[in-house]
Write a protein of this length. Structure first.
Lengths: 297, 297
DNA sequence: CATGATTGATGCATTTGAGGTATCATGAAA
DNA sequence: TTTCATGATACCTCAAATGCATCAATCATG
């Protein structure tokens, strides 16, 4: 094939006009150029596409076949170019997003909803994962953006604050604290704690442990569950108490009470984090969006 | 779009090799030319298709999208070119063929069967029509080739002999002639004839009438039917006799007898005829075929 | 019948762009 | 550090595409 898309465009014009001068005009070129381009195309194919009778141009059967195909090719090409541009600009694509319990219980649902409304062409693939695993998957390129429990400082990554939440104590309604409107952290010193496994809840413990230590005790964890839901389930069954964040209210279940801890000013941060060197249109769009929605901005 | 199929071909090579030097080699061009072609393509699209990191080339998401589309376009193009060539050469196409009763009762079925075996891609559209109407439809471009009762001389048309058939007399078995192994034309002078309407059977009458006149009589047509089958039906019902050709034996029905006419040496010619100025691949192939099968050759 | 108008093809000069060779800049490997 | 591999750049050459002027054929018209 020694002809290009230009020949195809020219051919379509002539086939539609059946008139070289008009077709040339429509294409914005001179008529001789068009005549020769079509001749070239015919020579190259070894096929007569038009019958020129000095007064009328008619298209041959082969020409009709070529016209149909050519129109298909041009449409496909145009479609491909548009698609490619949209993928480049991030209007179309797939975004793999990791999230923690704290993210999904808090600001993330609205964030994703807002983004989807704005960028309907983007397919979001949310993956539930604890912070530690998200960081590994981000590193391995298995996730595009992670919503994790911060602070996280990581070489080659950028981040953006999503939410800051107060800590609350969650107890069963039969528990003595249940009637209180607030408590002091020290009061939890001798309580039984329900929490997640140390490895998975590592980044939450970075908050909890120092806070307790400052209050003069080490929390006694008597039961473990994998996620907030499981933890609250155990608390609801009277196994013990737990400390989570205020967004745990969204997961509320009957029989539970959450009580503000009045003497803890520290907040649990949830941050979005992503590899800064691997960048594509969708990721860029998404990052722009979450930055515009960040409480920091 | 200011790029051509060449750019697409180059792009596909690079996308598949992910290596400019190897891709260039595969394309049979120098590496700098390829680098620039891809740059040009990227500039034109306004999209980064590859990430070049001096050691590795990786394709972007947009690049993957473009690759898929490009492969589709190239396939479509190739397919179109092949199709067009086949249509041009007559391996693919539609051929509208007219035929008379004499043609279809005689050599035509085998002729069409042979052609279809040789050119499976051609769709034959047979139309039953008397000679007169076929000639009008050929003139109007509604038929490609007609199989008509000759001889026909027509400006701008070419023809080819298909068959020459003896005339026979067809009678009901109760008729006195029924036992004869041959008869003389003169013996039919006072018989009742069954035949087609004069307008439609015009070209058959060109044979019959002069023959009879030479034998000293004008056939007395007492009943008309539209086609051979109808005529034979009327003969079978005892309405009269008829004169057809030997291929009428193929339409034979119980109670009929066909008797050679010994003193008529003239034969009824069936010829293929077509407009010589309008020509396309399928028609050419078909004409070549019937010429190769013609009893004249 | 002659003339003018219309249409696609051709000749020639000019411009565009695609290709090749040599070389550079950069980053990984030895 | 040196060496090697890789893609990018500079510069030149040549083929291809384009435009302008013109030709040849055909049709319409007076």
């Amino acid at each position: 094939m020694k002809f290009g898309l230009r020949h195809i465009r020219y051919f379509i014009a002539v086939a539609e006009e059946l008139h070289f001068r008009r077709a040339a005009e429509r294409l914005g070129i001179a008529q001789p150029a068009l005549s020769r381009a079509i001749q070239h195309l015919e020579d190259e194919l070894g096929v007569t596409l038009f019958l020129r009778s000095n007064r009328h141009v008619t298209i041959t059967e082969a020409g009709k076949t070529f016209l149909q195909g050519s129109q298909g090719v041009m449409n496909a090409m145009e479609h491909t170019v548009n698609n490619t541009k949209q993928v480049h600009s991030g209007q179309i694509g797939i975004l793999r997003v990791g999230y923690t319990d704290f993210a999904i219980a808090g600001a993330l649902p609205n964030l994703l909803k807002g983004f989807r409304t704005q960028q309907a062409g983007v397919t979001l693939q949310p993956h539930h994962d604890v912070t530690t695993d998200q960081l590994l998957k981000l590193e391995a390129g298995m996730l595009d953006v992670g919503f994790v429990t911060g602070p996280v400082v990581k070489q080659g990554f950028e981040r953006c604050l999503i939410q800051k939440e107060r800590f609350v104590c969650v107890v069963h309604e039969s528990h003595p604290f249940s009637a209180r409107s607030s408590i002091q952290l020290e009061e939890l010193a001798h309580e039984d704690f329900v929490h997640g496994p140390a490895r998975d809840w590592e980044h939450f413990y970075y908050y909890l442990i120092p806070l307790c230590r400052r209050a003069g005790f080490v929390p006694r964890i008597v039961q473990e569950a994998y996620n907030s839901d499981g933890i609250l389930g155990l608390v609801a069954s009277g196994m013990g108490i737990t400390v989570l964040t205020e967004s745990a209210n969204n997961l509320a279940r009957p029989g539970l009470k959450s009580i503000p801890i009045s003497n803890v000013t520290e907040r649990l941060m949830t941050v979005a984090i992503w590899k800064s060197d691997v960048m594509n249109g969708v990721k860029k769009m998404f990052i722009d969006y979450i930055r515009s929605q960040s409480p920091e901005s």
